[in-house]
Each structure stands twice: as structure tokens, then as C-alpha cells.
Ligand binder design. Structure first.
Ligand SMILES: [Zn+2]
Length: 271
């Protein structure tokens, strides 16, 4: 990890307690200043709440901290484990816990229940109509792998989802008269996206470098670097899917309105 050879020790900015619990994958280490007093006091004694999915309620809820952090017995200042418990604000029996390990200037989350994937998957369910069952499985697999610290594998799945969205747009474009399939096949991905821009979400067209990032990730980045980049790339994919969802909803509404208006027109004529 120590890429910087300068004499000054390098510390990582710590994620917020909410991020550490809800989005940071297990075993991702953060270097803190072990000479400082209470270097991660804000996490250990976090008094805030977590806004996330509750499997007990079957919907989003606010989880509040329960009591003080629980420590292992005989814990040592430079090597110890602590657990943060939270309970659902609707039902105190619905609980969530997060386990952290601090050792030799590095803190990491080493366990949690519900898992990151369990917290994230209900929110992803809304994308199933856009992705289809196969694509939905790939998305949940990407999130599941990243939550277990498998960064490169997670990127492979995200890239497949991206490619499937491009392919869907190509099929639409191919029905148009002036479509040039050969030019498309020989084009680079960013050129393909430009050719398909009428059929793709604006966010994807404007952020077509996302594909390059995923490809670089799969081929050259370390597991740790892929994991670092995963949340941003995932949000990028979600924004693309959100735009698809909005478009679907709009098309559905337009179709229903058109049908309604023509029915109304016909009914008025009959009178
Ligand atoms: Zn609950």
C-alpha cells in the first residue's frame, strides 16, 4: 500500500460512519495515525443513525445506535475488535451490527449483518424490468462480489451490463434505414456510443469514459483499486438504469394517454 516513499507517514481519509457501515466493502483497510488519541472516535462512538433497508420491515427504515460499542475481552489499544449495534426505529427486534478491527494503524470492517449485498439488493430490484432476469442477476452478483472484497470480478459483471445496454440500443438503431452495421462493428466503444446516442440515456453518452474505466479495471487495476472505484462506477450504471426507467415510465404514460385521448375522441363523436 505504501506507494509514497516520503518520510511523512500517509494516512487515509476515513469514511463517514454511515459510509463505513453501509457502502465500504469488508476488509478494505484505512491507515490512521496510531499516535493520535482516539483516531476514529467518530466511528467508535457514533451516535447518529443509518438509513437503509430493513429486512424485518421489508422496507427502508432508520436504524439507531444501541448503547456503547462492544469490545472483545482483554482488548489491547493497538489491536482490538469492536462491534456497533443498531436497531430499527419501528421494531427494536430488527437489528443490524457492524464489526471493526483496529490493528497496527489500520482499521477495517471485518463483518456485518445484514450483508452489504442484502442491504443493496432490495434497492436494485426496481431495475429488473430494464435489465431482465439475467442482467439483474449480473448486477446483484457485481454488488455481492464487491461487498466481499472481489473488485475485479465485480467490474467484469458491471461491464457486461454496460455492454448489454449498448447491444439493446444497437438492436433498436438497426431497424432504422440509415444504420451502418459495418461501421458500428469496426468502431471503438466510445464511437459506438456516439453512433447510438439517440437510443441511449444522456448520462451514458456524456460519461462514455465509464466503459474505459471498467476495461482498465478488469485488465490492469489491482483488486484494491477496483474496489475503490466500484462505488462510483456502480452509481454511474445506476444513473444509466434510472434514465431507462424514467423513459419506460414516460413511454407507458404516453401510450396510456394516447389511448385514452383517442377513446375520448371517439366517445365524443358518437354523441
Ligand atoms: Zn425494521
Amino acid at each position: 500500500m505504501a506507494e509514497n516513499k516520503s518520510e511523512k507517514p500517509v494516512f487515509d481519509p476515513l469514511p463517514s460512519p454511515q459510509e463505513f457501515c453501509l457502502t465500504v466493502p469488508l476488509y478494505e483497510g484505512f491507515r490512521y495515525n496510531k499516535d493520535a488519541s482516539n483516531p476514529f472516535f467518530g466511528l467508535e462512538h457514533f451516535k447518529g443513525s443509518l438509513d437503509c433497508y430493513c429486512h424485518g420491515c421489508g422496507r427502508h427504515t432508520v436504524f439507531n445506535r444501541m448503547g456503547e460499542p462492544k469490545y472483545q475481552e482483554h482488548h489491547h489499544r493497538s489491536n482490538y475488535i469492536f462491534v456497533l449495534w443498531f436497531s430499527c426505529s419501528r421494531d427494536r427486534n430488527h437489528q443490524a451490527c457492524f464489526i471493526f478491527h483496529s490493528h497496527e494503524g489500520v482499521i477495517q470492517k471485518i463483518g456485518q449483518n445484514p450483508s452489504l449485498a442484502d442491504l443493496a439488493i432490495p434497492d436494485l430490484e426496481k431495475y429488473r424490468p430494464v435489465l431482465g432476469d439475467e442482467g439483474f442477476r449480473e448486477l446483484t452478483r457485481a454488488v455481492g462480489l464487491a461487498s466481499h472484497g472481489v473488485g475485479v470480478g465485480a467490474f467484469v459483471y458491471l461491464r457486461r451490463i454496460f455492454e448489454a445496454l449498448i447491444e439493446k440500443a444497437r438492436q433498436q438503431a438497426a431497424t432504422e434505414q440509415d444504420w451502418d452495421e459495418r461501421a458500428f462493428e469496426n468502431a471503438r466503444m466510445d464511437e459506438k456510443i456516439a453512433m447510438l446516442k439517440q437510443h441511449l440515456p444522456k448520462f451514458l453518452v456524456e460519461n462514455r469514459s465509464l466503459y474505459g474505466i471498467m476495461s482498465v479495471g478488469v485488465h490492469t487495476l489491482s483488486e484494491a483499486k477496483c474496489l475503490d472505484a466500484f462505488p462510483v462506477v456502480r452509481v454511474g450504471i445506476e444513473l444509466i438504469l434510472d434514465e431507462h426507467l424514467e423513459r419506460h415510465a414516460r413511454e407507458k404514460k404516453i401510450a396510456a394517454a394516447t389511448k385514452g385521448i383517442s377513446a375520448l375522441g371517439a366517445a365524443l363523436k358518437e354523441k
